[in-house]
Design a protein around this ligand. Sequence first.
Ligand code: AMP
Length: 194
Amino acid sequence: MTVSLEILLLGPPGAGKGTQAKRIELAHGVPQVSTGEMLRDAVASGSELGERARPIMERGDLVPDELIVEVIRERLGQPDTGKGFILDGFPRTIPQAEALDEMLADIGRRLTVVLDFELDEEEAVLRLAGRAEEEGRTDDDPDVIRRRLNVWRESTLPLTAYYRGRGVLASVDAAHSVDDVYAAVEGVLERVTQ
Ligand code: AMP
């Protein structure tokens, strides 16, 4: 068994990363680090970060790399990440991934596995539209959903090749129920932590 579990989740918006992250957190005792949730909290609290992020998030664009990298640097310095973490929504660009590589090297850690949740875009749109009704997120509006998927395809999808090249990528078919996807996730985690 490895002593710590550093997990990174990739996949389009709507693939279920947040839901799976919460289940992994519960089962393995390592915290979910969701930049989307952190930013939504910042918006709700009216902090300076929130004020900067709000209009960008409402359009479905990405907040600047420098801004989010600082948020993550601070977060990964907190003691609850000592046994690992589940990165959900970060990195979203190649420069963010490079910044993460540096941060991890600085603290002598490396990624245990990158779980790539595969879901086709049409299915992602349907799921996000459903979530819009349930949660009322302002960025779950149809035009913003399209924009977020375009941004994901252009800026974030290249991370799959980036991490495949590093030999840490494991694909998970996300087009199944939460329980079935989680079973696949556990299968991967068992394999990589042996
Ligand atoms: P999420 O909940 O992960 O879908 O994130 C919601 C929104 O927060 C995104 O559409 C972006 O505007 C912003 N965001 C979250 N994570 C990042 C990131 N790593 N880089 C830039 N923007 C982000």
